[in-house]
Design a protein around this ligand. Structure first.
Ligand code: F6P
Length: 535
């Protein structure tokens, strides 16, 4: 809710943003030899370096004042204490509690999951033909897919107890590809859906159940388990209560990998790894709850976003993990951040006064460098970057890893320092270029510099550090929700498309449907193209 203190904090910040030097980063380093150290913060195993931003001491003070005026600490404490911080859905946001605190219901849920995992790994639970399960297939979408799939991609090694597979898209090409790699007699299937009504997941679950039954008879349905808050719907689908792993509806989809939704991880990676993931996230929870605001990593990351999005007007952010194993981390953050923060209405029901969540996108480095980095270096609007670097690899190829790190560090430095027209001209002259060629080409080779980035450095990538990393961004999202006065835990924006899809599906099935003229035109074209192929 707006208040004089909040208005004053924004006014101060916006005034700082109007200064001619507001975007300049290099002069901050020139004025302070300690800047890199002073803007580096630590929590657990993680280091966060915010020095490559135009956040000065004065700007940081103003940002922290905004955090206090918008009562980020109060929101954080209420969230962690289980208060209703998601008022539009009348719910608490209990994802942090799932990470294995003292709550008895959480302990009981984890104990059930652990017993199930032990049964599968120990061979007490086997497939319909008596074979041991070697593969787990998670069918889910959005938060019931992205978090677990991202973690499995990051942490799975050939030494892990089971292989994990993820089926999300209702596009059955995905299932066709997966099916070719799976043996039904050795595949355990988890239907992961908080609501157990999601069209894509229920369609895929029906396909996979039919595949199990075709191969194994009705006994094949014993390969199915459910991860859901909707126990009656899971029962109706034919999954008995002993194979349904529930969780509370206070756990949002994009925050749910710590709950039963993480069961594929516990199966594929082993229980100790899953526990270590939870413990890592708990470490970040403790830091978030207790660290002073000027040293609180999730808050600092959120404040850098406020500076870039609201004050400097940068509408996007790139996430570049310099670790191939984190290739799905940008996809996870896309949902976590954009589904949480892409809101135009505040908690008071009024239109928000300024920009909220930016567009988030990313790719692992170095691949990103050969893709969209051109725009980030030379496009007219700067795009702040989160670089995620990992000091120690889990492979023996030290030279490759040095090259990888060198590239990550170089990108952050190149964005910061740039290359001036004079430097380009001098270089071209030294290389013997013709004056006319220099005059034509030099402007194209200029890098403005002063392009911001945050750097996160981890000692290695394992379950504990990954848990910290994911929780860091979850709490950053909570801070931004409080600062912007929006609800970061609902997602009404995904509903309209689902409603309209009911009509478009009816039309494609040849049933009467009220369609927009533009859609009707395309449906007619699709009908024509399908008829031409005999469809
Ligand atoms: O459509 C968006 C969404 O509701 C996400 O918030 C959620 O993670 C996803 O769908 C999947 O929902 P469910 O787990 O209920 O199938």
């Amino acid at each position: 809710m707006p208040s004089p203190a909040i208005d004053a904090a924004w006014s101060t910040l916006l005034a700082l943003g109007r200064r001619p030097s507001a975007r300049a980063i290099r002069p901050l380093f020139a004025a302070d030899p300690d800047r890199a150290a002073r803007f580096t913060h630590r929590a657990g195993d993680m280091l966060l370096d915010l020095s490559r931003t135009s956040i000065s001491d004065e700007v940081l003070d103003a940002l922290l004042d905004l955090a206090r005026a918008t009562d980020v600490p109060g929101f954080r404490d209420r969230m962690l204490a289980g208060a209703v911080v998601n008022p539009t859905e009348r719910r608490a946001a209990m994802h942090a509690a799932q990470r294995g605190g003292a709550e008895p219901s959480v302990q009981a849920a984890l104990a059930r999951m652990a017993a199930f995992v032990a049964g599968v790994h120990g061979g007490a639970m086997r497939g319909a033909t008596g074979e041991r399960f070697t593969d787990v297939l998670n069918i889910g979408i959005g938060g019931s897919d992205l978090g677990p799939a991202m973690v499995a991609r990051a942490l799975w090694t050939p030494r892990a107890p089971m292989r994990a597979h993820y089926l999300a898209n209702v596009d059955a090409h995905a299932w066709q590809e997966l099916r070719a790699r799976l043996d039904p007699s050795r595949t355990l299937v988890l239907v992961a859906s908080k609501t157990f009504t999601t069209q894509e997941t229920m369609a895929n679950a029906a396909l996979v159940r039919a595949w199990l039954v075709a191969a194994l008879g009705e006994g094949g349905t014993a390969h199915l388990a459910a991860l859901s808050t909707n126990l009656p719907a899971a029962a109706e689908f034919g999954i008995p209560a002993e194979r349904v792993f529930g969780f509370a509806d206070t756990v949002g989809g994009r925050f749910s990998l710590w709950s039963a939704i993480g069961l594929s991880l516990a199966l594929a990676l082993g229980w100790p790894a899953f526990e270590s993931l939870l413990a890592g996230a708990r470490g970040m929870d403790d830091h978030f709850a207790a660290a002073p605001l000027p040293a609180n990593l999730p808050l600092l990351l959120a404040l850098a976003e406020v500076w870039h999005v609201d004050v400097l007007g940068y509408p996007a952010r790139a996430v570049l993990p310099y670790d191939e194993r984190l290739s799905r981390f940008p996809a996870h953050l896309q949902q976590l951040e954009m589904e949480s923060l892409g809101k135009a209405v505040g908690l008071d029901g009024a239109a928000v006064a300024r920009a909220t969540g930016p567009v988030v996108f990313g790719e692992p480095g170095t691949n990103a460098q050969h893709s969209f980095m051109q725009l980030i270096h030379q496009g007219p609007t700067p795009v702040p970057v989160d670089f995620i670097l990992v000091a120690n690899p889990d492979h023996p190829f030290a030279d490759s890893h040095r090259k990888l790190l060198a590239n990550g560090l170089a990108q952050a430095e190149a964005l910061l320092v740039g290359r001036s027209l004079d430097e380009v001209r001098a270089e071209m002259q030294a290389a013997g270029a013709e004056p006319a060629r220099i005059a034509t080409i030099a402007p194209h080779r200029v890098f403005t510099g002063d392009r911001p980035s945050n750097v996160i450095l981890l000692p290695g990538l394992d379950a504990a550090t990954l848990g910290q990393l994911v929780a860091l961004y979850e709490h950053k999202v909570a801070c931004l929700g409080a600062i912007w006065g929006i609800n970061p835990f609902d997602q009404w924006g995904v509903e309209l498309g689902k409603v309209v899809a009911a009509s478009t599906l009816a039309a494609l099935e040849g049933r009467p449907a009220a369609l927009h003229a533009a859609t009707a035109r395309l449906v007619a074209e699709i009908d024509r193209l399908q008829a031409a192929r005999g469809g």
